[in-house]
Design a protein around this ligand. Structure first.
Ligand code: ATP
Length: 501
């Protein structure tokens, strides 16, 4: 009934002004006052209406909202999902845990790289435990004014509880993304405002009791767990930590399948191959691959998404959009030789590993070789790391052989090689032995670095010298085609290997 009261008031005021005007009253001062009141009202409204309402309030919702999500809609992350479900069962079976005198779980911390599905997990948790879901990001609590952040935390908890009561639900899940923004270590240097916000969060968490409904569970997410204040992590607060990592091959395939569900896929599409080629991708990047592939198919006015669209989408997500940079013929030739140098070494040290060789510029790269990781690998031997360095040095070594000198095109390759040498030093895989690298002198490190790089550069160059025929056969083909698949490249490679006499 009261919904249209504003319209009634506005209509009444306008009618009054018209009436006063007709009977000859000077209405200008009244109009001025009405305008000032209107401006003040609009300003207050844009700051949050009742002024105590934070932005996060608008994201409080019940399970009736279609944004809800189940654990089945989250690809991979089997271990993390299981751990979370176990923790949620505590919330659901609260009578059971009371019998055993188990303290209720108040906070769960999800840690892991961006885009791995932490937010999805929190949403699915709310659905699983039939809870209302309230979400906010750490950055939403950051304000210049002391006390505002703390007030917003209070609002968030109150809103979640009120919403649960309104929807007659026993549980409420509060999700705080980027918790590190407000929960960073307090080492004296931080602002008072951050302290107050964090203190308020701790106070709210301390006020969560298992015997009062609605029962509240706080789920927080961060990419930087090491930054968090110990007060947040102590038992009784965020004492359950669940790692949400980058997906392995099986997980990637699962995620690709989930995001393929609403898309028209050609029968020949092999998502298995895409899962292999997208090693190191997060769930968000995989979603983007499916999305970009669909855009490519639509641009070509096709009915279905084909395998090549997915391959193109991987390149796009990995390196950025194709650029219009026009290279001279000489530059293109040099880029092709450089990339073939990488590809030939890759095929020598890890047969079957080249997925694609390209000489069309994309993002910052003038050309690139995409490698197939043969299997997900988390432990690396010295031999493996050395072969990685050789692949990175292949481009520069090829330029030396064909042009007698190198170009600026190798700077990234060198950076990558030096990082691998650093890893080797830290892992005791160099002639420095097993040592604390902090106490090794700069000079010793430089010497060891130089020794490793020189030795591997020489080995790389020798290998390429003995595969000159592959360069000769593949060069024109690569320049004219711009993109050569791993299988096409391998055919040329195998047909032109010169076996030692
Ligand atoms: P951030 O740390 O940057 O906040 P996040 O870990 O919370 O990231 P989400 O917001 O959950 O990541 O994921 C972003 C998007 O990526 C999702 O909307 C979804 O499309 C996709 N995605 C990420 N992980 C998965 C997954 N495991 N299964 C299916 N889709 C996923």
């Amino acid at each position: 009934m009261l919904k249209g009261w504003r319209e009634v008031v506005i209509g009444f005021v306008i009618a009054l002004f018209i009436f006063l005007g007709i009977i000859g009253v000077n209405i200008l001062p009244f109009v001025g006052v009405a305008l000032v009141i209107g401006v003040i009202y609009l300003a207050m409204k844009s700051r949050g209406g009742s002024l105590t309402v934070g932005r996060q309030q608008r994201r409080v919702g019940g399970s009736s909202k279609p944004s809800y999500l189940t654990f089945e809609q989250i690809g991979g992350q089997e271990r993390a999902k299981q751990e979370l479900i176990e923790a949620l069962d505590f919330l659901i079976n609260h009578e059971e845990i009371k019998k055993f005198g188990i303290r209720p779980l108040k906070g769960i911390l999800l840690t892991g790289p961006p885009g791995t599905g932490k937010t999805l997990m929190a949403k699915a948790a709310a659905h699983y435990s039939n809870a209302v879901y309230a979400a906010a990001s750490g950055s939403e609590f950051v304000e210049m004014y002391v006390g505002v952040g703390a007030g917003r935390i209070r609002d968030l908890f109150k809103q979640a509880r009120d919403q649960a009561v309104k929807e007659k639900k026993e549980n409420a899940i509060i999700f705080i993304d980027e918790i590190d923004v407000i929960g960073g270590k307090r080492e004296g240097g931080q602002q008072k405002e951050y302290d107050q916000t964090l203190n308020q969060l701790l106070t709210e968490m301390d006020g969560i009791y298992s015997n009062s409904t609605p029962r509240v569970l706080v789920i927080a997410a961060t990419n930087r767990k090491e930054m968090l204040d110990s007060a947040l992590l102590r038992p009784g607060r965020f004492d359950r930590h669940i790692r949400v990592d980058l997906p392995d091959k099986k997980g990637r395939l699962h995620i690709l399948n989930i995001h393929a569900e609403n898309k028209p896929m050609d029968n020949s599409v092999q998502l298995d191959t895409i899962a292999v080629q997208s090693f190191g991708f997060s769930g968000a990047q995989l979603e983007s691959v499916m999305n970009e592939a669909a855009i490519y198919a639509m641009r070509e006015k096709l009915e279905q998404i084909e395998q090549r669209h997915l391959t193109m989408a991987i390149d796009k997500v990995m390196l950025g959009e194709k650029t219009d940079r026009e290279a001279t013929n000489e530059e293109r030739r040099r880029v092709a030789i450089h990339e073939l140098g990488h590809a030939i070494i890759a095929e020598i040290v890890r047969p079957g590993s080249v997925a694609q060789v390209t000489v069309s510029p994309r993002g910052q790269a003038l050309g690139y070789v995409r490698h197939n990781p043969l299997k997900d690998q988390y432990l690396h031997t010295k031999e493996f790391l050395e072969s990685q360095i050789m692949i990175a040095l292949g481009g520069a070594a090829a330029e030396e052989i064909f042009y007698g000198g190198r170009s600026t095109g190798s700077s990234n390759d060198f950076e990558q090689s030096l990082q691998i040498v650093e890893t080797m030093m830290n892992a005791g895989l160099t002639n420095l032995g097993i040592t604390n690298v902090q106490i090794v002198t700069q000079e010793e490190r430089m010497k060891e670095n130089e020794r490793i790089m020189n030795e591997l550069f020489k080995r790389t160059r020798n290998e390429l010298e003995s595969h000159k025929m592959v360069f000769e056969k593949a060069l024109e083909f690569l320049i004219s085609e711009e993109v050569v698949s791993g299988d096409q490249f391998r055919r040329i490679f195998c047909d032109n290997i010169q076996l030692p006499a």
